[in-house]
Design a protein around this ligand. Structure first.
Ligand code: AMP
Ligand code: ZN
Length: 396
């Protein structure tokens, strides 16, 4: 059923045999390896995060490189051993992140992946755009999304964008960041200021709020928390036309610092309830900014209301964010049910590589290079591709 729909969508008739994909992601500090089938069955999926990040409070590029050098080959060995599959036999496609990301991390993983491909000339090689992975991962669970254009809100550690996807190859960035700081980064910094620790501080902050069971269903309490006693200001409130609509996450951390200073708040002296309330308000400040900007865009371009809206990227794992969007936005909302498919993972790279290959009939060449900066709308024009001669194009 799914395959028939895919073929119809891509208007091609392909495939002499099933495609099984080895995919690798390493664009930042996480080493990730998966094996999946073209039907979307995940046969292997593992991620190893470098411990230096939580210790140092951020990614140190050279430590990320060393981490990938050590872990990627071991992860591939484990994947092949556990699944008992062989590259060049059952595994006939390798998908590897080509960009964007940290230059050193990308070079390390991409050269390793190309090495695997060079050693197996009958295996297809696709260098995949990391954000395309985030954009398309929901179509693994909800293939119907591929039948029509859809909007995606990409909310991650390094990106915050609203993208209109016409098809697998055509993407238009409708709302982007005004400054560099992305939502995940800002949430992590605010969380650190509130005393949270860990690999994903914003995730720890969410878990802490959930554990405190704040009476959020009490409308008076909720109104006080989010309106009357809300100590923060939403950025960029005015927007009169399309190009004025932007996201901004550069001032939230300063607002929180100023609030804590002004109130003479010492974090370790706070009650758990008060700490959870401030953390909730910080989340609210970030999430309602997204909603306000999207609503502004909908007012300027009402036709966008009709498109489904997909939440993707690490921050889309947040339950409060998901609930806010379902409550505030009238469009049909999608998000990956599996939270591990929201944060960086290699399943999304394999899946996006497969869809890219089917739609474009292209493979990535062995002399292609990584792209640490790579706008989504330059997916094909970046070059480094060749025709996939194993595909037989035929109109249905
Ligand atoms: P990514 O860049 O897509 O791998 O996502 C990583 C970012 O997502 C980091 O900033 C994390 O703190 C953030 N993140 C992960 N899980 C959650 C969560 N449950 N709530 C909010 N942010 C999260
Ligand atoms: Zn990412």
């Amino acid at each position: 059923m799914f395959l028939r729909r895919q073929y119809k969508y891509f208007n091609t008739q392909i495939i002499k045999r099933n495609i099984n994909i080895l995919s690798l992601e390493y664009s930042c500090d996480d080493s990730c390896v998966s094996i999946l089938t073209e039907k979307g069955d995940i046969l292997f999926n593992k991620k190893i995060t470098s411990s230096h990040v939580s210790e140092a409070g951020g990614v140190i590029p050279i430590k990320a490189i060393i981490h990938h050098q050590k872990t990627l080959p071991l992860l591939v060995q484990t994947a092949l051993k556990e699944t008992k599959l062989t590259i060049g036999k059952e595994i006939n496609m390798i998908c590897a992140t080509r960009g964007p990301g940290l230059a050193g991390s990308l070079c390390t993983g991409y050269q390793f992946s190309k090495g695997l491909a060079v050693a197996h000339p009958n295996v297809k090689f696709i260098g995949v755009h990391h954000m395309l992975g985030h954009l398309l991962i929901s179509t693994l669970e909800f293939p119907e999304l591929l039948e029509k254009p859809f909007l995606s809100l990409l909310v991650s550690g390094g990106h915050t964008q609203l993208v209109l996807t016409e098809d697998v190859l055509t993407h238009d960035i409708l709302v982007d960041l005004k400054e560099k700081s992305a939502i995940g980064d800002s949430l992590d910094k605010c969380g650190r200021l509130l005393g949270f620790k860990g690999e994903m501080i914003a995730k720890e902050m969410e878990s802490f709020i959930q554990k405190q069971n704040l009476p959020l269903n009490d409308s008076d309490y909720y109104k006080k928390l989010t309106k009357t006693d809300f100590p923060f200001k939403f950025p960029l409130n005015a927007a009169s036309n399309n190009s004025d609509v932007a996201f901004s996450f550069s001032g939230q951390i300063t607002q929180l610092k100023q609030y804590l200073d002004k109130q003479n708040i010492i974090i370790k002296n706070l009650s758990s309830k008060k700490k959870a309330e401030i953390a909730y308000q910080v989340q609210y400040l970030h999430f309602y900014h997204l909603i306000k900007k999207i609503k502004q865009l909908y007012t300027i371009r009402p036709e966008l209301n009709d498109y489904p809206l997909v939440l993707s990227g690490g921050v889309a794992a947040n339950m409060f964010l998901r609930q806010f969007f379902k409550k505030e936005i009238n469009s049909t909302i999608y998000f990956p049910e599996r939270k591990d498919l929201c944060t960086d993972n290699s399943v999304m790279i394999g899946w996006a590589g497969l869809l890219f290959n089917k739609k474009s009939n292209l493979l990535t060449k062995m002399d292609s290079t990584t792209q640490s900066k790579w706008p989504l709308n330059e997916l094909i024009s970046i070059g480094g591709y060749e025709e996939d001669s194993t595909l037989i194009k035929k109109s249905l």
